[in-house]
Ligand binder design. Sequence first.
Ligand code: TXA
Ligand code: MG
Length: 312
Amino acid sequence: MDVIKKFAIALGQGELVIFPTETVYGLGADATNSRAIQEVYHVKGRPSYNPLISHVDGIEMAQRYVQFDEISFALAQHYWPGPLTLVLERICGSSLAMEVSGHGKTAGIRCPAHPKALGLIKEFGKPIAAPSANIFGKLSPTCADDLDPILLDKVPNVIDGGPCHVGVESTVVYVHQGQVTILRPGFITQEDLETFLGKKVVLSTTDNTAPKSPGQLTSHYAPNKDLRIDVKEKEATETLIGFGQIPCDINLSEKGDLAECSRNLFHTIRLLDKDASVKKIAISPIPNYGIGVAINDRLKRASQKKGKSNDK
Ligand code: TXA
Ligand code: MG
């Protein structure tokens, strides 16, 4: 049987399926099945107050579960399929499991731009809830080889779609009373959104005591080894990840291309994290504009010592 068909059936039976998207790999479950969603939280080790993104095959499917305000609708029309998650009000009687909403009134919805993800959602016929397919607080996997063996032990259903084209997680946007707020920066930038909408878009700042998005916790996306960011000169014990035309041990993009940098980012950190000859990791400065904002957001969290945050 075709692998997409087989795994769509598995989802219907409450099983979990790891699948590729254009951003990162997702740990998927039937978004209408509370038990399956509880299993996602359990397997990932994620606190249940942190809501999940439900993946749809387009606006029509989304409208069966959530309602769009005018601006969110325009954003979905323009950016879907693509790396944009919209936080939307659940419709009255929505059959999305309450767990995907962290028991709140909203749900994060996105339509991924990946043929295998879209194929799986279409075949399944309902939204697939999926956080990134990593153990909570660790780096998101951007290829099947980067999936954590502990996770694979618990979830053997994997669709391999090769390397993810974007490499950082989607931009999460919330529109409230006409105000557009980015809850998590991503591939679609503040500038992109402002140009498209012709209005100001706010980038939310982190409040460590009341996180609006778990991706916004202080320590997240963390490798096991020490990671130092904004490094102009490496120390003797460090391996330097570079950007642009500088001397370094491994380069994210020699030509200084931020999209190439985001595509290579998590995989490169992971490679060095696994390499026994590497003691400490250092990363040279990445420009803080465009996708660089999302990259620096992830790097800042990845470089935090875990003890400092509420992310356990
Ligand atoms: O690119 C992505 O977004 C990937 C792929 C698999 O689609 N998914 C992903 O999921 O990164 P996750 O669970 O690791 O991050 C979801 C983000 C979190 O920051 C979460 O707080 C936010 O989306 N989110 C989801 N639903 C929300 C809601 N109802 N209100 C506020 N934030 C929400
Ligand atoms: Mg994640």
